[in-house]
Structure formats: structure tokens, C-alpha cells
Design a protein around this ligand. Structure first.
Ligand code: SF4
Ligand code: SF4
Ligand code: SF4
Length: 260
């Protein structure tokens, strides 16, 4: 059987998730043995629009992005959202709380008041509202996180090549955090999204003394699957945690719901 042809694309993002893949180092040799990479702007000049699997990083922002993403979807048999920008709309989605004009004014100040200025006329500024990929096209799989975990990328790719469902956990970060015997952030007066956040990162942030911001999104059913003993111990509810605004969870607020 021919090797699957794989392409990587990016929209509004910092390209950090693609960088994780570029940094697979020795493992990249093994990965490249399994697939033919036909487009990956961050690491190669060659480009082909003939591919089977598309990994797409970044949020969808402008009408031109919608058209480009739809073409990628048409070409790809399997489309995978790569990282929090593609999965949730990313940190940049917080800007959806304000109008385009307010955002431009905040970033460029008086620069935008001159009608000849590029910020007023450049199509790259047209209607910038951030959305996740699955709000525009059908997405087959998601590799969550900001950035993605390169080991998880390799596991997902191998599962897809074997025709299996990728092994993305659907239980809260608290489970991994407790296994590591970390002191709970709530014990030291901090806040943490761990009871609702999707695990798979090995509780990276609380293990380093930082609050979890749910960069991997919520578990599928946060009201029923949340880490109930943590919630109970600290007198919390899933709703109380959801009301706390974080960098990555504005998607859920906009949708007025929890979970994927
Ligand atoms: S998810 Fe994070 S690391 Fe990945 S592209 Fe978006 S901002 Fe960058
Ligand atoms: S709430 Fe946060 S710090 Fe506490 S156990 Fe859960 S993940 Fe760990
Ligand atoms: S601990 Fe939370 S914010 Fe940190 S990497 Fe894991 S899911 Fe993301």
C-alpha cells in the first residue's frame, strides 16, 4: 500500500504546534518512514495539493480563511485540528468580545483613523472573528493543547494509519495531577480548571506550580465527568469553574455550553 500523503497548513496561530512536530527530531525519521509529507511550509519549500491527510493549525478568522479551509477539506480524506487555536479558537478568540473596530483601535490606536492607512483597507483585517475549524467544516479528529504534545501527535498519527480512533483522554487533568501527588492549587489559594480540563498533558501546569487554563478544552461532559471529589472538597461546582474566564475557554462561553 502507498504511504499516505500528508499536508500541514496554518491559519491564525503562532505556529508553535507545527514547531512541535518539526522538533520531533530522531522520531521524525520514524514518522517520515510511515508517510509522505507533501506540504509543510515551516520545514520545506515543496508543496502539493494532492494529499490524503491534512493537519490544520490555527483559528479561522476572515472570509478568505473560510474559502481556503473549505478547499483543504475537499482535498483531504481526513482532516485533523492541530492545537488549541484550531480546536477552540485559541487565545485570540478572546478578541471576539469586542467589535473589529474596537480591536483595531486597541492595537493600532489613531493609526486606523486615516482612511488611507493599510489597517483600514487591507483585506487581512476584514471581519476578523475567530472560530475553531469545526465551526466551519467537518473535523475528523483533534489533537488538543497549546502547544500540542509531540508524543501525542505521533500516537494520533499512528492510530489513524492503523484505522483506529486516536487515543485522546476524556477525563480531567485532576486525575493525572493526583497521580503525581501535586499539592492542589486550591490548597494554596490559587484557582485551577483541572476538574473540567481534558487530561493528556500529564498535568503539566499544576506540576510546575501553575494553574491549569484548560488549553486542551473541557472533558466531553463536564457536569457529570468533572473531578467530583475535588469540586466537593473545595465547595465548587462545574458551573462555578466555567464562570471563571480563562485564556482558552471563551469558545464555551460564546456557545453557552460546556464540553466538546
Ligand atoms: S495552540 Fe498554542 S502553540 Fe499551537 S499554534 Fe495556537 S497559540 Fe501556538
Ligand atoms: S484542581 Fe488543579 S491542582 Fe487541584 S488536583 Fe485538580 S488539576 Fe491538580
Ligand atoms: S495543565 Fe491545563 S493548561 Fe496546562 S497543559 Fe494541561 S490542560 Fe493545558
Amino acid at each position: 500500500m502507498d504511504k499516505p500523503r500528508v499536508a500541514f497548513f496554518d491559519f491564525s496561530s503562532c505556529e508553535g504546534c507545527q514547531l512541535q512536530i518539526a522538533n520531533l527530531e530522531e522520531a521524525v525519521v520514524e514518522v517520515v518512514k510511515l508517510i509522505d509529507i507533501v506540504a509543510f511550509r515551516e520545514v520545506m519549500k515543496e508543496h502539493s495539493d494532492d494529499y490524503d491527510i491534512a493537519f490544520v493549525e490555527g483559528s479561522i478568522t476572515r472570509p478568505m480563511d473560510v474559502e481556503r479551509l473549505k478547499k483543504i477539506r475537499e482535498n483531504a480524506e481526513i482532516l485533523i485540528a492541530l492545537g488549541a487555536c484550531a480546536h477552540l479558537g485559541g487565545v485570540q478568540r478572546l478578541s471576539n468580545q469586542w467589535t473589529s473596530e474596537e480591536n483595531k483601535q486597541e492595537v493600532y490606536g489613531d493609526y486606523v483613523s486615516d482612511p488611507d492607512d493599510i489597517a483600514d483597507t487591507n483585506p487581512f483585517f476584514e471581519k476578523p472573528r475567530h472560530r475553531a475549524l469545526d465551526e466551519v467544516v467537518e473535523v475528523d479528529y483533534v489533537i488538543p493543547g497549546c502547544p500540542i504534545d509531540k508524543g501525542e501527535f505521533a500516537k494520533v498519527l499512528i492510530a489513524i494509519l492503523q484505522g483506529k480512533k486516536p487515543p485522546i483522554p476524556d477525563y480531567p487533568v485532576c486525575v493525572e495531577c493526583k497521580k503525581k501527588e501535586n499539592v492542589c492549587m486550591f490548597e494554596i489559594g490559587k484557582f485551577c480548571m483541572g476538574p473540567l480540563a481534558r487530561a493528556g498533558c500529564d498535568a503539566r501546569c499544576p506540576s510546575a506550580g501553575n494553574e491549569c487554563e484548560a488549553c486542551r478544552g473541557y472533558v466531553s461532559h463536564p457536569h457529570s465527568n468533572a473531578q467530583s471529589d475535588v469540586l466537593e472538597k473545595y465547595g465548587l461546582t462545574a458551573d462555578a469553574i466555567m464562570q471563571r474566564k480563562t485564556m482558552f475557554t471563551y469558545r464555551y462561553e460564546e456557545a453557552g455550553k460546556g464540553g466538546d
